[in-house]
Each structure stands twice: as structure tokens, then as C-alpha cells.
Design a binder for this molecule. Structure first.
Ligand code: UDP
Length: 459
């Protein structure tokens, strides 16, 4: 970038929703902006700033706002209702105070990128005349469903035949829709959040999706009829994709402490592609029975496994399980997921299909065994199996409402050595290459980010 542009270096404020699956992609996006000579300031909550294991180096500036729970965050609130209501009332004032402080201190703000979960951030930006981009951390398909609900085009509770056809999406069975939609009434506070993402979206200057164009072409084309849509992903650390950002091998903001050396030295001793990596992300929680079925399946299949069981889930493990499987398995409370996925000993990923996990496995070419739990995971799992062909789904037994040990064992076998496994591996390589190409110089996402940056600098 020339001297002329440097003199007008753009400053962008980035506001994530404070959860691991939302922080990771937006932080990564902030780093991309910095690599394009933009000053990026990440705005976390006061609580997160005190409690994360952060290693962001100095590339992204940090500022804080309050969600009303500075001492304990979400857990302090005690319920989603209380947390969201309080954040929605305290957050906008706090963000406005921060913007005023930065501007008064001589740091004008040229753009604001906010998580779709926080539509009030757009209203605050408008008060200051700042142009804004909404950043959706979930897939285009999932957001299209929420958009249809928000505009009354999809009525809840769902009625009629069991399949829904929406423009640009594959036909979806009810059970493949996001759980807040198909299990209407299950989490009303979260349904409000995901639907309200669209309450003021028409006023946003840009609409960013953490995908690359080729991944959801038809859905992106359809959405582009309404808004200035830009695909800017996958926002996976650069080392695993284009390698253009120096030393960029992790997101840099962990809410939990990873057992890095334990995981890596354990993996180092295992044969190539022999390990099943198992994780349900930062939020999902399994029932005790489901946990037991999974545990016995991992024991029963006699394969190596690395299982992330969060501290809050540990008590649900069957007694003696860890001792009984010590020769084959390692259980940790958090791991460096990207390092694990990219390790040559890792053969497949048994995942809840959080969208970041899916994008990471896709970008690293790791086949997936999908075991979705709630929110957008079922829709992601559908895409993993039927649209992108990079995994299979382990479906619950209809009567028991559980994914039984037999099903899980059978699926692991099918994924690693079954008929479909070759095709899945071939597709995984195809998507891995496309993901890399999208963020590499001149790729579809790279071009979009450049266009956004150029707009900020020139106008
Ligand atoms: N993750 C991690 N270590 C773990 C489990 C997960 O670093 O042991 C990261 C993972 O790489 C991903 C994020 O946490 O970036 C989880 O996001 P996702 O959307 O997959 O699931 P969520 O936690 O939102 O349900």
C-alpha cells in the first residue's frame, strides 16, 4: 500500500458476541484487516478481557464494553433471558461511551464490524455516522432460514409436509432446520436473538459471511439480491490456509486453557490417520446417557481417540472409563483444536458441527462424523453429508432419542474404512483446496476484503 493511503489508515471497530465460537472468526477477520494495513480494535466485554487466555500479540488493539456482568459474564447472569436482556440494555450505552472516548482521543472510526447477534451495535454506529458491516458467524443457509422466519415467510410452529424448500438451499427436512426453529419453544430467548439479526439488517452497509463463495454459491446469490453481501471466510488462522499472515497459527483468544503439550505429545506417538478426534465445542452439553453411549462406542471401536470433555461435563463420564481406556484414549478439558485437526495422526473428527469446527475440518481436509446437538448444528451436519460430501451423520435412534453406541461404532467404521470413505476423502481434499484459494491473493474472499478496505480508505 502506498504512502498516500498509509496517511489515511482506516480504523475499524470489531464487536463480537462474547462466546468462543463467535470470537474466533471475528478475531481472525480482524487480523486479516490488520494485514491489509487497517487499524483494528477488538471490543470484548470487561469480563472476557479479564478471563481469557489471550495471545493476540500486538496486531489487534483491545477495548472493552460492559455486558452488565463484569465479574462473571454469562454464568453470573444465571439464565439466557437475564443475560441477553441486561446486555441489550447496558451494551449499547457502553459501546456509545467507548466510541466517544476513542474519537475524543483522536482515533476516528471509519467502520464498525459487528456480530449479527448484536443488531443494536448498528444502531449505535448510525448515531455516530459510522458505516457498518454485519458479520454472520453462521452459514448462509442457516441465516436464510432465520431471515424467512423474521419476515414471516416461514411460520412457526412449522406445519404441513415434513420438507421445506427455500431459495438457494437444498430441500430441508424439519429436523434439518436449526433447532430453535424446528423445536419451536425450546429456547425462545435464543430464537429471538437469531431472528432479530435481521431487524435492521437493511441499514447495514455490508453483510459479511464467514464462508467462501464456492461453498454456498446459490444461497449467497439469492441473499445478494437484498444486501451488499460479501463472503470473507473461512476465517481460519492463515498458517493452515494461505500462510500469508506471519506466525498465525491460532485464533489467540481462548476462554478455556488448552492442554497443548499433553495432546501433541500423545498424538505424536500414534500411527498416521489412526485417531478419532471428538469434541462438542464450547457450549453444547450431552445428557448422561448420551455421554455413556459415546464413551462405550469409543471403547468398543478399539480405535485411538482424543476426546475433549469440558470440566462442566466431566462428572457425566462413566466411572472408570478413563482408567479402562487409558491405553487407547486421551481425555482433556480443552485442546488446541487446529493443531489437533492438522496433525497427521488425526484420521477423522467426531463433531457437534458448530460452524467453526466444520469450517476448520473442511479447511484442513479432515472427514467428519456429525453428531449435531442443537442450534445450527443439524443444518451444518446436513451440508457436511449431503451437500459437501465430507462426512456422514450419526443419527439418533428414533425411539430412544439417543445416538446409540452401535450406531456410533458403525459410523466410525464407515467413515474410516467403508465404501464411502474414499469419496469423502477426495471431496475433503477438493474443499480444502478451494478454501485456501478463496483467501489466497486474488481469491473470492480476498477480493471482497480488499474491496471493503479500499472503500474505508477512499471515502
Ligand atoms: N475449540 C478449541 N479447543 C477445543 C474445542 C474447540 O480450540 O477443545 C475451538 C474450535 O477450534 C472452534 C471453537 O472452539 O474454533 C468452537 O466453535 P464452534 O462453532 O465449532 O462451536 P461452539 O463452541 O460455538 O458450539
Amino acid at each position: 500500500m502506498g504512502e498516500e493511503n498509509k496517511a489515511k489508515k482506516a480504523h475499524v471497530l470489531i464487536v463480537p458476541y462474547p462466546a468462543q465460537g463467535h470470537i474466533n472468526p471475528i478475531v481472525q477477520f480482524a487480523k486479516r484487516l490488520v494485514s491489509k494495513d487497517v487499524k483494528a480494535t477488538l471490543v470484548t466485554t470487561v469480563f472476557l478481557s479479564k478471563s481469557t487466555f489471550s495471545d493476540l500479540t500486538s496486531s489487534v488493539d483491545l477495548q472493552t464494553i460492559s455486558d452488565g456482568f463484569d465479574e462473571g459474564g454469562y454464568d453470573q447472569a444465571g439464565s439466557a433471558d437475564v443475560y441477553l436482556q441486561t446486555f441489550w440494555s447496558v451494551g449499547p450505552k457502553s459501546l456509545a461511551t467507548l466510541i466517544k472516548k476513542l474519537v475524543d482521543a483522536g482515533h476516528p472510526i471509519h467502520g464498525l464490524v459487528y456480530d449479527g447477534f448484536l443488531p443494536w451495535a448498528l444502531d449505535v454506529a448510525k448515531q455516530f455516522g459510522i458505516r457498518s458491516a454485519v458479520f454472520f458467524t453462521q452459514s448462509c443457509a442457516v441465516n436464510s432460514v432465520y431471515y424467512h422466519v423474521s419476515r414471516g415467510l416461514l411460520q412457526l410452529p412449522l406445519q404441513g409436509s415434513n420438507v421445506i424448500s427455500l431459495p438457494g438451499l437444498p430441500p430441508l427436512e424439519f429436523s434439518e432446520l436449526p433447532s430453535f426453529v424446528f423445536r419451536h419453544g425450546s429456547y425462545p430467548a435464543w430464537l429471538d436473538v437469531v431472528v432479530n439479526q435481521f431487524s435492521n439488517v437493511d441499514e447495514a452497509d455490508w453483510v459479511f459471511f464467514n464462508i467462501f463463495y464456492e461453498l454456498e454459491k446459490e444461497a449467497v446469490d439469492w441473499m445478494s439480491k437484498f444486501w451488499k453481501v460479501m463472503t470473507v471466510g473461512p476465517t481460519v488462522p492463515s498458517l493452515y490456509l494461505d500462510g500469508r499472515l506471519e506466525n498465525d497459527k491460532d485464533y489467540g483468544m481462548n476462554l478455556f486453557k488448552p492442554s497443548t503439550s499433553a495432546c501433541m505429545s500423545w498424538l505424536n506417538g500414534k500411527p498416521k490417520s489412526s485417531v478419532v478426534y471428538v469434541s462438542f465445542g464450547s457450549f453444547a452439553s450431552l445428557g448422561v446417557e448420551q455421554m455413556a453411549e459415546l464413551a462405550w462406542a469409543l471403547k468398543g471401536c478399539n480405535c485411538y481417540f482424543l476426546w475433549v470433555v469440558k470440566e462442566s461435563e466431566e462428572a457425566k463420564l462413566p466411572g472408570n472409563f478413563i482408567e479402562e481406556t487409558a491405553e487407547k484414549g486421551l481425555v482433556v478439558t480443552w485442546c488446541p483444536q487446529l493443531e489437533v485437526l492438522s496433525h497427521e495422526s488425526t484420521g477423522c473428527f467426531l463433531t457437534h458441527c458448530g460452524f467453526n469446527s466444520v469450517l476448520e475440518a473442511l479447511s484442513l481436509g479432515v472427514p467428519m462424523l456429525a453428531m449435531p446437538q442443537w442450534t445450527d448444528q443439524g443444518t451444518n451436519a446436513k451440508h457436511v453429508e449431503d451437500v459437501w460430501g465430507i462426512g456422514i451423520r450419526a443419527r439418533p435412534d428414533e425411539k430412544l432419542g439417543l445416538v446409540t453406541r452401535e450406531i456410533i461404532e458403525q459410523c466410525i467404521k464407515e467413515l474410516t474404512e467403508g465404501e464411502k470413505s474414499k469419496e469423502i476423502k477426495k471431496n475433503a481434499i477438493k474443499w480444502k483446496n478451494l478454501a485456501k484459494k478463496a483467501v489466497d491473493e486474488g481469491g473470492s474472499s480476498d477480493k471482497n476484503i480488499n474491496e471493503f478496505v479500499a472503500k474505508l480508505v477512499c471515502d
